[in-house]
Design a protein around this ligand. Structure first.
Ligand code: GDP
Ligand code: IMO
Ligand code: MG
Length: 431
């Protein structure tokens, strides 16, 4: 098995970064293919924590190639800051091991301004975006007015594109939102300097990945966000602006679907969500608070506190279907230690009916009451355990229930944030 896609099955923050870092050992390329710096992927290696927003989570392995695909919306200032941080930490990178698609769409200052202005205007009905300009940047891509990395390499092209964009954006910012207009020349100078610094890393990612495939190299695609935040299949309109599901790896990397061999879904042992939108198994009680505290459920990007709830297998089942999952990696199992009774949502009750899948409309989902199965908890700290059979009996029962409900096997269990705090049952590159 050569090429593997890793995606989040819930609403993001499932522990994709940790799992990607772990799997990178057996991969040659690690590719981000969608999203932008709305993502925050945390890795803990030798007791040190690293948070990446744009740089693929394989970067701690200097001999592997990290790739930012065309499907990513790139804030060049944020990327350069992340590169600077790598340098400060003496982590090696160069155009040899960090490659960026020249087709990547750029997040411009007016995208961020619009993101903030819109959310502010929406008031209570806001989406709760990360405010990083993600939505407005993808809008420009679809409207064919976006600016791509290669546009930074030519002053005349860049100037024209910024001027055209600002005619519309400044109108909106000033007239609709009462904000300050943006100055085209200031943006031009700032972005030209980004272009100079990023040019050595820019290339045709599709060609690079094709060569990798021909040479029999192993590619690991690192999803961002989660399936329920997918712009088509998620809890629309409370979603992000990209397709977050596995199929997006093909468009966002420039690789054909026949090249993908296996998709692994990351499942947090409970559920979290940041921002607004329906969340049937949400816990607004002491247990939710306890999970938030023990799990450190505060956003890696915005620092917002994450909403917490029980594991919802209706949500996970929809992800298994949408992503064609071969198996699951269950993370943050250790966080549930000490909770006397655990619950898993196995169905919904909605308007007197029992549902076994998520309803399409967000209003209907809002009205759903989860139907739970209850499980005995376990008292033991499990962070030091490195084998399935070494886990307490009730932990194994909880995991087996997930596997049975999912009808796909468990590949990996994560019992702590550290790279080594993992139990690999099947390796996606060996199974
Ligand atoms: P991502 O966006 O999917 O990469 O996930 P985040 O990095 O935003 O959030 C996951 C958080 O949980 C990070 O702080 C990780 O270090 C941490 N984490 C990952 N796996 C585990 C685990 O098994 N147990 C615990 N306690 N923490 C974990
Ligand atoms: P990772 O990759 C969790 C959420 C935001 C908001 C919605 C839209 O770390 O799992 P956006 O800024 O994308 O327009 O916001 O999506 N969101 C995430 N939630 N993890 C993420 O990424 C997220 N990226 C976006 O909170 O509800
Ligand atoms: Mg995250």
């Amino acid at each position: 098995m050569a090429n593997v896609v890793v995606i989040g099955t819930q609403w993001g923050d499932e522990g994709k970064g940790k799992v990607v870092d772990l799997l990178t050992e057996k991969a040659d390329y690690v590719v981000r293919f969608q999203g932008g710096n709305n993502a925050g992927h945390t890795l803990v290696v030798n007791g040190r924590q690293f948070i990446f927003h744009l740089i693929p989570s394989g970067i701690l392995h200097p001999e592997k190639k990290c790739v930012i695909g065309n499907g990513v919306v790139l804030d060049p200032g944020v990327l350069l800051h992340e590169m600077q941080k790598l340098k400060e930490n003496e982590l090696e990178f160069s155009p040899e091991n960090l490659i960026i698609s020249s087709y990547a769409q750029l997040i411009m200052p007016y995208h961020k301004a619009l993101d903030h202005a819109r959310e502010h205007k929406k008031g209570a009905s806001r989406i709760g975006t990360t405010g990083r300009g993600i939505g407005p940047c993808y809008e420009d891509k679809a409207a064919r007015t976006g600016i791509r990395l290669h546009d930074l390499f030519d002053r005349k092209t860049l100037r024209e594109k910024i001027e055209v964009s600002l005619q519309e954006k400044n109108f909106l910012l000033q007239k609709l939102y009462g904000k300050e207009p943006h100055d085209p020349r200031t943006i031009e100078e700032e972005y030209l300097s980004y272009g100079e610094r990023l040019k050595p890393y820019s290339c045709n990612v599709s060609e690079v990945l094709q060569d990798a495939v021909v040479q029999g190299r192993r590619i690991l695609f690192e999803g961002a966000q989660g399936t329920q935040l997918d712009v088509d299949h998620g809890t629309y309109p409370f979603v992000t602006s990209s397709n977050t599901i596995a199929g997006s790896a093909c468009c966002g990397g420039g690789i054909g679907p026949t090249r993908i061999d296996r998709v692994i879904g990351i499942v947090k042992a409970y559920t979290t969500r940041v921002g607004s939108g329906p969340f049937p198994s949400e816990l607004e009680d002491e247990t939710g608070e306890r999970i938030r505290k023990t799990g450190g459920e505060f956003g890696a990007t915005t620092g917002r506190s994450r909403r917490c709830g029980w594991l919802d297998m209706i949500v996970v089942k929809s992800s298994i279907r949408l992503n064609g999952l071969a198996g699951l990696a269950v993370t943050k199992l250790d966080v549930l230690s000490g909770i006397p009774k655990l619950r898993i949502a196995v169905g919904y009750r909605c308007g007197g009916e029992r549902l076994s899948s998520m309803p399409a409309e967000v209003q209907a989902l809002e009205a759903c009451e989860p139907i739970y199965e209850e499980f005995e908890g376990w008292e033991e700290d499990i962070r030091h355990i490195r084998s399935f059979n070494g886990l307490p009996e009730n932990t194994r029962k909880y995991l087996r229930a997930i596997e049975e409900l999912a009808e796909v096997p468990l590949f990996l269990i994560s019992v702590g944030p550290g790279r080594e705090e993992s139990i690999i049952l099947k390796h996606p590159y060996e199974a």
